[in-house]
Design a protein around this ligand. Structure first.
Ligand code: 13P
Ligand code: SF4
Length: 325
């Protein structure tokens, strides 16, 4: 990456209306902003498309813009580049990583794969391009159950890197996938004890949870799904109160979609704001403005790696289209 020296130190004129400036730059440069639901509300409000990992990958693949600014984390921007390599992909902060992706280093995963011959490798999209290149099919939380279900019952499968999502699928559809021992730092932090206490204070509230949560939380959840599925459920359900066990950014869209309903973020097991993803929250409007203005930092990839990582993602997108997702 050729970062212009000191680009991050560039001062922003504090009198600028960043919403206006970003809208202007988007038009001028034919740029599109794709944002994950876990981004800050102001970023969601300036985005051209907000979605979960699957929706964002689909949008990135079909984008006709010259520039894709990805307001999410590194593996998401990387997936956009893999799917639409001719576009300039910008990421507001290159340090926006993912604890789940970090929990699966390619060398160790390669050894793990060698220790499990004759297994198909299904990998959650929250991983690096190197891990994708070692995989047969990528999945997201929107399509993981259907993708695993589409394989014969006796097919041996490695599922990586999220052990919680893998265990959830194993239990839900009766599989015995071999699981990589990885997890998301945000979804592992919820306190069952505190959730139970909130439930007793709000007896009609439904607990809705992302499948990256631990089993003890999923066991008591009224509904489990990807961020998009959770959002849709809040509209469909007759309940007026929800305890939301996923990253807090999604509450912005839930509240917008259901202005009269109440959303309570599920509490973490300590006093920190650990249900805010520190990686997602590295992105800011200021960084988006700077990235669009200077067209940096740009996500660049080795071409061989890009092509190897593309195959299992395309398989996922083909399967998703078949499932009507
Ligand atoms: P989805 O976008 O598939 O809901 O996954 C959530 C997540 O943890 C993204 O980092
Ligand atoms: Fe990774 Fe978890 Fe943050 Fe998603 S919420 S980007 S899985 S650390």
């Amino acid at each position: 990456m050729n970062l212009e020296k000191g680009y991050l130190e560039k001062k922003i004129d504090l009198s600028l209306d960043l919403f206006e400036e970003i809208s202007y730059l988007k038009k001028e440069k034919n740029a599109v902003i794709l944002a994950h639901y876990y981004q800050d509300s102001d970023i969601q409000d300036i985005a051209d498309f907000i979605g979960d990992s699957l929706g964002l990958a689909q949008q990135a693949q079909k984008s006709t813009a010259d520039i894709i600014l990805f307001a999410g984390v590194h593996f998401m921007a990387e997936t956009a580049k893999i799917l639409n390599p001719k576009k300039k992909v910008l990421i507001p902060d290159l340090n926006a990583g993912c604890s789940l992706a970090d929990s699966c280093p390619p060398k160790l995963f390669s050894e793990f794969k060698n220790n499990h011959p004759n297994h198909i490798v299904i990998t959650y999209i929250n991983c690096t391009a190197e891990i994708k290149a070692l995989s047969d099919i990528i999945c997201t939380s929107s399509n993981a159950v259907q993708i695993v279900e589409s394989l014969p019952k006796d097919q041996k499968i490695i599922f990586a890197p999220d052990k919680n999502l893998g265990a959830y699928i194993n239990k839900k559809i009766g599989r015995k996938m071999v699981l990589w021992n990885g997890a998301c730092m945000v979804h592992e932090i919820f306190s069952l004890e505190k959730i139970t206490k909130i439930k007793s204070q709000h007896p009609t509230a439904e607990l809705i949870a992302h499948p990256e949560c631990e089993e003890n939380i999923l066991e008591v959840a009224n509904f489990i799904g990807s961020t998009t599925a959770l959002l849709n459920y809040t509209k469909k359900s007759n309940s007026n109160e929800f305890i939301v066990a996923t990253e807090t950014g999604i509450l912005h869209q839930m509240q917008k979609l259901n202005p009269k309903k109440t959303f309570i973020p599920a509490p973490p097991n300590n006093n920190c704001a650990c249900n805010d993803c520190p990686h997602m929250k590295l992105n800011t409007l200021e960084k988006i403005y700077i990235a669009l203005k200077y067209e940096q930092p740009e996500l660049l990839m080795d071409e061989n790696l890009l092509n190897q990582a593309k195959k299992p993602i395309l398989t996922m997108l083909e399967l998703s289209a078949k499932f009507g997702l």
